[in-house]
Ligand binder design. Structure first.
Ligand SMILES: [Zn+2]
Ligand SMILES: [Zn+2]
Length: 346
């Protein structure tokens, strides 16, 4: 089968043996897998990488190993690549995505492969979610990033009625805003350099999508929208240092700033500490998601409390994986890019 990997700084397709489902395991034929910003960061060499890429996969079950109840060949599923251990101190405190072994669990060989194996530890801890018939493959690829947004909203203590401003309106920034709205946000605004993505955010229900390079105008608009107080929650949904600095100065007094997008390695937060101190700004980093939030997002989609249609702007077959990465890295051309596999059929 064909497998997409990172090899010496580029995206390569290799030919590898088909995976086999051992006891407790499941093998899935790929229908589609989104290209995530963190995949791009791995390609650029700015994020730790083992060469494995693709973690937003949906597909049809190909085979099921012994001792796996309730799943059958042909089932349409979403698969979550990481699972917490549920037994360590961090897990017992409820901070599941910060479990020390969370990111060592993974699908094999990754989400950009014609087939992938789901290890027994993932299967037994709820990583396989049957997709409702109303959820198409493309929307299915958005479950993982949407789960990350919901995990963040829960971790920062978001409440219905809060105002939210999101800096960086890539796919996950837009999903974040859509979920905040569905959970009762009183106002959701955002900032993004690329006009195509600002337009996508407006279609997703943002009250405004501004150009962050015009700082005086941005300040004026946020001021007007929040009665001069600032927002309850400002989100840095990109790792670009100016975006993080912008998000740090938008919260109201005793408001919250969420470090949500992956920051570039080695970067520092450029913020006036005394200002943060006196304003009581809570800075909360959040990371990844678990199947609990992914199931919650799935239920919201099935219940029509959320609508992600139109966010996937490009579908590219696995054979042209390098082209998919190129597109995903061009914010003026694409919002979300989904790579399609053999189980994709319209
Ligand atoms: Zn991702
Ligand atoms: Zn744990």
């Amino acid at each position: 089968m064909k497998v997409g990997r990172l090899q010496s700084g580029s995206v390569a397709l290799t030919e590898e043996p088909d995976p086999v489902a051992g006891p407790g395991e499941v093998v899935v034929r790929l229908a589609a897998c989104g290209v995530c910003g963190t995949d791009l960061e791995k390609l650029r060499g700015r994020y730790q990488s083992t060469g494995r890429i693709g973690h937003e996969p949906v597909g049809a079950i190909h085979s099921v190993g012994s001792g796996v109840p309730g799943l059958r060949a042909g089932d349409r599923v979403f698969v979550h690549h990481h699972v917490p251990c549920y037994t360590c101190e961090v897990c017992r405190k409820g901070d599941l995505t910060f479990c020390p072994t969370y990111s060592s669990t993974n699908i094999d060989p990754g989400g950009f492969a014609e087939m992938f194996r789901v290890p027994a530890e993932n299967v037994s801890r709820g990583a396989i979610l049957p997709l409702d018939p109303s959820i198409g493959w493309e929307v299915g690829t958005l479950l993982e990033p949407a789960g990350c947004a919901l995990t963040a909203l829960r971790r920062v203590g978001f409440k219905s009625g809060d105002s939210v401003f999101i800096v960086g309106l890539g796919p996950v920034g837009i999903l974040y805003g859509a979920i905040a709205r569905a959970l009762g946000a009183s106002w959701v605004g955002g900032a993004e350099i690329a006009p195509l993505r600002r337009a996508a955010a407006m279609r997703a229900g943002f009250a405004m999508a501004l150009d962050p390079r015009d700082a005086p105008e941005l300040d004026r608009q946020v001021h007007a929208a929040t009665g001069g107080r600032g927002v309850d929650l400002a989100v840095a949904a990109t790792g670009a240092p100016p975006a993080i600095a912008l998000a740090a100065r938008l919260p109201r007094r005793a408001g919250t700033m969420n470090v949500f997008g992956l920051p570039e390695a080695g970067r520092s937060l450029d913020a006036d500490l005394q200002e943060l101190y006196l304003r009581g700004t809570r800075i909360v980093p959040t990371y990844a998601t678990t199947d609990h939030e992914i199931r919650a997002v799935h239920a919201m989609l099935v219940g029509r409390n959320l609508d992600f249609s139109g966010l996937v702007t490009h579908r590219v077959p696995l054979e042209r994986l390098a082209e998919a990465f190129d597109l995903a890295g061009r914010p003026d051309t694409a919002v979300k890019v989904a790579v399609t596999g053999p189980a994709f059929s319209g």
